[in-house]
Write a protein that binds this ligand. Structure first.
Ligand code: ADP
Ligand code: MG
Ligand code: ZN
Length: 476
């Protein structure tokens, strides 16, 4: 794509982390018995009156503040009218003008040369239910548990230019919203999904080409793949002198292609109008102050701080990726002088274990100070890396003092040079020929002797120390 560039704008739907739905007190939980969390409001009964969930508004404003938006003092809910079986009221309650937040931006790319991706708006809206196709019965059933779940929709300006930038932006936005605890952000549950708008134009042109919108991508990889495919498809149309028609498309991850869903002519006319059942939404300066006060340290700052402690870029990112991992790290770090090994233990052992167990690090059984103790045992060579990795599953499952667990399994290394010296002397006495070869310059034989000491100690000797003691004795 030499003379053309892609122009990409995203609409991201993110489920807010609230106990209840946006306009009623039903639990906002998917996965339960179908239609077990519904009432007259979220099932769209005529005359049922909605009431705004204050927590959802709070979280939307919090996301807006973190993204540098202008949080609106007054915003309005509107009805977005369309017909679909999973939308019993016949309209979605959304925001058109003004939405809860306007403007804002998130930067991607290197810190010293960032690319600013501007946001157009953030608005609040409720989610629809789900149609469940029952093949066996040949029927389509409707589950309204998800209906009324609070979402924010974040709309970017068309500032992205490639599939790589698209994936990077989505990852960074996702990590930020998870960090803020605005969302649980479970991608596989569709809690963070996006529509990708893409068009092509001559590189550097000041106008926009005709765009297509690819709906409902719930993985960063699929979003990037959809962009890549769509850019090639549009380019080949243009190269043949054809036009790109404005349409809505779907991405098929199995076939790695997008397919037309509907054209502009078939596009919905949503007939937006103000929702008469809800008063204007007010956000006071006092409320914004309270939200600011609970705002966590921004991810870039946490990252810079972690890197200042000697962590690699990747380690810092891995800690930021997992909710509350940095909090755990900070608690553990207090008990240590040198935090790099701790970061390695977290990235290689603790985070994957938490992922499998579905736990946030601070909620697991292994206390931060005990993981710090494990790092310390490794640092002073009391525990080998292999032994540490061996006892980790037990520590993760039950918690406890790593020194005690290692001792109970006979895994503590003997770093007492007196004890090692006795074993080393035995080994040398038992193998005079090898000792002689060593003395004549075959230094490699030292590792044979270390092996002997390790064997005699049944693996408990500290191999580094054993090597030093042996060399000392052999060179006497
Ligand atoms: P609609 O609400 O009809 O989908 P909007 O104007 O609100 O349209 O834009 C939706 C998204 O499409 C925004 O993220 C915007 O940046 C993006 N967008 C608009 N025009 C283009 C274009 N020509 N090429 C790529 N993306 C675009
Ligand atoms: Mg759109
Ligand atoms: Zn309800």
């Amino acid at each position: 794509m030499s003379d053309l560039e892609a122009v990409i704008g995203l609409e991201i739907h993110c489920q807010l982390k609230t106990a209840t739905k946006l306009f009623c007190s039903c639990q906002a939980r998917s996965g339960d018995e179908p239609n077990s969390h519904i009432c007259e409001v979220c099932s769209g009964q005529p005359g049922a009156l909605p009431r705004l969930n204050g927590r959802a508004l709070w979280l939307a404003a919090k996301a807006g503040l973190a993204l540098g938006c202008q949080v609106q003092e007054v915003s309005i809910f509107s009805r977005k009218n369309y017909f679909y079986p999973d939308l019993p009221a016949g309209f979605q309650t959304s925001q058109l003008d003004p939405p809860v937040c306007l403007g804002g931006a998130l930067s991607i790319g290197p810190e010293d040369d960032p690319l600013l991706i501007r946001l157009n708006r953030i608005h609040l809206e409720d989610d629809a239910g789900k149609c469940v196709h029952d093949e066996a019965r040949g029927q389509t059933l409707v589950d309204l548990n998800r209906a009324g779940t609070p979402l924010i929709e974040i709309v970017t300006e068309p500032d992205l230019r490639s599939s790589a930038q698209t994936a990077e932006f989505l990852k960074k936005l996702h990590a930020l919203l998870v960090h803020l605890e605005v969302t649980e952000g479970r991608l596989e549950e569709g809690e963070f999904r996006c529509d990708v708008n893409i068009s092509l134009r001559p590189r550097g042109a000041a106008w926009f080409g005709t765009r297509c919108e690819i709906k409902n991508l719930n993985s960063f990889r699929h979003a990037a793949q959809a962009v890549a495919y769509e850019a090639v498809r549009q380019e080949s149309l243009l190269a043949q002198g054809l036009e790109v028609s404005q349409e809505t498309r779907l991405f098929d991850p199995v076939r790695q292609e997008t397919r037309s869903l509907r054209s502009k002519e078939e596009a919905h006319d949503y007939r937006y109008f103000p929702q008469p059942d809800l008063p204007p939404v007010l956000i006071s300066g006092e409320m914004l102050e309270k939200i600011r006060a609970e705002m966590p340290e921004p991810p870039e700052k946490v990252k810079a701080r972690l890197k200042g402690l000697g962590l690699t870029d990747e380690q810092a990112e891995r800690l930021l990726d997992r909710r509350r991992a940095a909090e755990y790290f900070d608690a553990a770090r207090l008990a240590l002088e040198e935090p790099k090994r701790l970061a390695t233990l977290m990235v290689e052992l603790l985070l994957p274990a938490c992922q499998r167990a579905g736990l946030d690090p601070p909620d697991c059984r292994l206390a931060p100070r005990d993981l710090a103790a494990l790092a310390r045992l490794m640092a002073d060579n009391t525990l080998s890396r292999r032994a540490a990795y061996e006892i980790f599953p037990e520590l993760f499952e039950k918690g406890g003092d790593p020194a005690a667990v290692a001792a109970a399994r006979g895994l503590l290394q003997v770093s007492d040079s007196g004890a090692i010296e006795a074993l080393a002397a035995e080994a040398i006495a038992a193998h005079p020929e090898e000792a002689e070869k060593y003395r004549q310059g075959q230094e490699k034989i030292l590792s044979f002797f270390v092996g002997q000491v390790m064997k005699k100690s049944r693996g408990a000797a500290n191999p580094k120390l054993a090597g030093e003691v042996l060399a000392g004795l052999l060179n006497q």
